[in-house]
Design a protein around this ligand. Structure first.
Ligand SMILES: Cc1ncc(C[n+]2csc(CCOP(=O)(O)OP(=O)(O)O)c2C)c(N)n1
Length: 322
């Protein structure tokens, strides 16, 4: 079979652009946080971009995405507007959750981005519920659920996987193993270091790979998404990745050395994609254009967030149960 190189290149260029957008968006968010414009928590995804971008590139608009508080990358990869996301970080009424959710609660029903959840592991049953609803209604939709390896020891994770396997739900659960749960390394929280092995207990398909190449992530997740869509079967995937920043903005990261972080940055998913694209014949001018366009989009969303109004008192009653 003849491989269409220009299609592969264009596809990778699209994924590359999304990863650059996520990284520049979060760099701008970190700056705004240090300027006191963003309050509360801010968990950055920098270093992990290939995971969300590769995985979400396998979905159709009707599929569902459910994630943790580290949700900016998922939201942008799902095509949510950078303006609505940045405004949400600023707590502005023009944010995707009307400024009431902040960093941890990005949500967009139209894009089927079902959140952003702060309780570790608590969202996995919600994702199983989405998958159940799709199956019950015979819609052929798939749900992709993201969590950290810290959530694998939580009961909710096991209850959800147990039912997903029993009821053959179209659910792909992706554990993003970035090696640390806040400041605690994996070796101190789990007796089994390959979390995909948990699938064996439920008779569920599993996979495990390193997220250094976004195309590779896309191909491997596509196998699971196809299995979910065509056969209505769940899969558990462990994606091995690494976050460069602290757990959140308040974490100075003293539990790991600067050398460790620098060594991991040498295998950066964005740099790796750029290298592959150059090998495919993409030149400096294309990268410069992408950088310029992304910079303009990020500047625009920061300006939009700055200029948007604060939520008014009417929102307090509108979204409070009493
Ligand atoms: C049930 C529960 N316990 C504890 C916390 C506090 N907490 C927030 S994030 C976190 C670490 C989770 O790490 P991991 O699942 O590996 O995800 P990562 O932050 O690395 O993406 C903890 C313990 C919480 N939010 N919910």
């Amino acid at each position: 079979m003849r491989v269409n190189v220009s299609n592969q290149r264009d596809e990778l260029l699209g994924l590359y652009r999304q990863m650059v957008l996520i990284r520049r968006f979060e760099e701008a968010a970190a700056k705004a946080y240090s300027q006191g414009k963003i309050g509360g928590f801010l968990h950055l995804y920098i270093g992990q971009e290939a995971s969300a971008v590769g995985a979400l590139s396998t979905l159709t608009p009707n599929d569902y995405v459910v994630g943790t508080y580290r949700d900016h990358g998922l939201a942008l990869a799902r095509g949510m507007s950078a303006r609505a996301c940045m405004a949400e970080l600023y707590g502005k009424v023009s944010g995707c959750s009307k400024g009431l959710g902040g960093s941890m609660h990005f949500f967009d029903a139209e894009k089927r981005m079902m959140g952003g959840y702060g309780i570790v592991g608590g969202h996995v049953p919600l994702a199983a519920g989405c998958a159940f609803a799709s199956k019950y209604r015979g819609l052929g939709e798939v749900t992709l659920c993201f969590l950290g390896e810290g959530a694998v020891s939580i009961g909710d994770f096991h209850e959800a996987l147990s039912l997903a396997a029993l009821w053959k739900l179209p659910l792909v659960t992706i554990v993003e193993n970035n090696e640390y749960s806040m400041g605690t390394p994996l070796e101190r929280t789990m007796s089994v270091h390959d979390s995909s092995q948990k699938a064996v207990a439920y008779g569920m398909s599993r996979d495990r790979f390193v997220a250094r190449d976004v195309t590779h992530v896309r191909e491997r997740v596509a196998e699971a998404v196809n299995r979910a869509r065509a056969e209505s079967l769940p899969t558990l995937i462990e994606v091995q990745t690494y976050r460069y920043r602290g757990h959140s903005m308040s974490d100075p990261g003293r539990y790991r050395t600067a050398d460790e972080v620098e060594a991991r940055k040498k295998d950066d998913c964005i740099a790796n994609a750029e290298k592959t694209l150059r090998e495919m014949g993409v030149h400096d001018d294309v990268f410069a254009t992408i950088e310029r366009e992304v910079e303009a989009e990020v500047e625009d969303c920061v300006r939009f967030a700055d200029e948007s109004p604060e939520p008014g008192e009417e929102l307090i009653e509108a979204y409070t149960y009493a």
